[in-house]
Design a protein around this ligand. Structure first.
Ligand SMILES: CC(C)(COP(=O)(O)OP(=O)(O)OC[C@H]1O[C@@H](n2cnc3c(N)ncnc32)[C@H](O)[C@@H]1OP(=O)(O)O)[C@@H](O)C(=O)NCCC(=O)NCCS
Length: 240
């Protein structure tokens, strides 16, 4: 059993997080087919390493980032990203605290100086991100469903979850998701996730239910015919 803890991400871990993420998603068929066939995993991981700093720092107000860290080696074993709904930011109901303390501060990435921020912004902007664009028709269908469900009420969005393959099956994703559920319960908010099939077992076991699924044939784009997405929610229930 891995000996790890769930911690907020800091910029010092950015490259290790990006390596974890790139290597995890490379194993995810639907994600991988978004890239030109001649792109290698290591090239893409290198791109993600450069752009990852800014991903951790952008929209600090609404994004929360957590990582699973090996307590012996300090290696990054997994990563999760959440986005708080507008209603939870800056006070007023819907989970907002109404104070100057940001909601769920334990998962907010510490800020950097304006000079550092500019350096990371420039690194992102000069490192091209070039996924295929010819599959937009598939993603448009999924985006429409996502937007419709997300508009129903303020949800925390589980925005990204990745565990590199050598660490699969050790309960790391489960621990990361659980930690966000605990935060959501404290904020009185439900959670939405746009899930790939491989992760649905983790979500279901933790109490998420499937609201809708989208099954599309992607063979004309080189896929295996299963461009499948599961729209799942964890419902916050106010204690009676
Ligand atoms: C899905 C993922 C996050 C699971 O991470 P993990 O740390 O191995 O998950 P846990 O150990 O907490 O839970 C393991 C469960 O997930 C299942 N699982 C994990 N990876 C899987 C995979 N690639 N394919 C099928 N099932 C998988 C295991 O079978 C196990 O389920 P079980 O207990 O019912 O047997 C990880 O495989 C990953 O990062 N995949 C690539 C990126 C991705 O798909 N992210 C999810 C986006 S919604």
């Amino acid at each position: 059993m891995a000996n790890f803890s769930i911690e907020r991400c800091t910029i010092d871990y950015s490259e290790a997080i990006s390596r974890n993420n790139g290597r995890a998603f490379w194993e995810q068929p639907m994600w991988r087919m978004n890239w030109p066939v001649d792109m290698t995993r290591d090239y893409l991981v290198g791109v993600m390493e450069k752009r990852g700093f800014m991903r951790l720092l952008q929209d600090r107000e609404s994004y929360r980032h957590q990582m699973a860290v090996d307590l012996d080696t300090r290696a990054v074993l997994g990563y999760i990203r959440w986005q708080l709904p507008e209603s939870a930011l800056g006070g007023g109901g819907g989970g907002g605290s109404g104070t100057d303390v940001p909601p769920w501060p334990e998962a907010q990435v510490p800020d950097v100086s304006p000079e550092e921020l500019e350096k990371y912004r420039s690194l992102r902007d000069t490192t091209p991100w070039t996924p295929r664009t010819d599959m937009d028709e598939l993603d448009d269908v999924n985006d429409a469903i996502l937007k419709r469900i997300m508009a129903e009420r303020p949800y925390i969005k589980l925005d990204y979850l990745a565990v590199a393959p050598e660490n699969w099956g050790k309960g790391i994703a489960t621990a990361l998701v659980k930690s966000g559920i605990e935060a959501a319960e404290k904020l009185g908010l439900s959670i939405f996730v746009f899930a790939f099939k491989e992760a649905t077992g983790v979500y279901r076991r933790l109490g998420f239910v499937e609201r809708e699924r989208s099954i599309q044939d992607d063979t004309k784009f080189g896929g295996n015919g299963q461009y499948n997405v599961y729209f799942m929610v964890y419902e916050f229930r106010r204690p009676a």
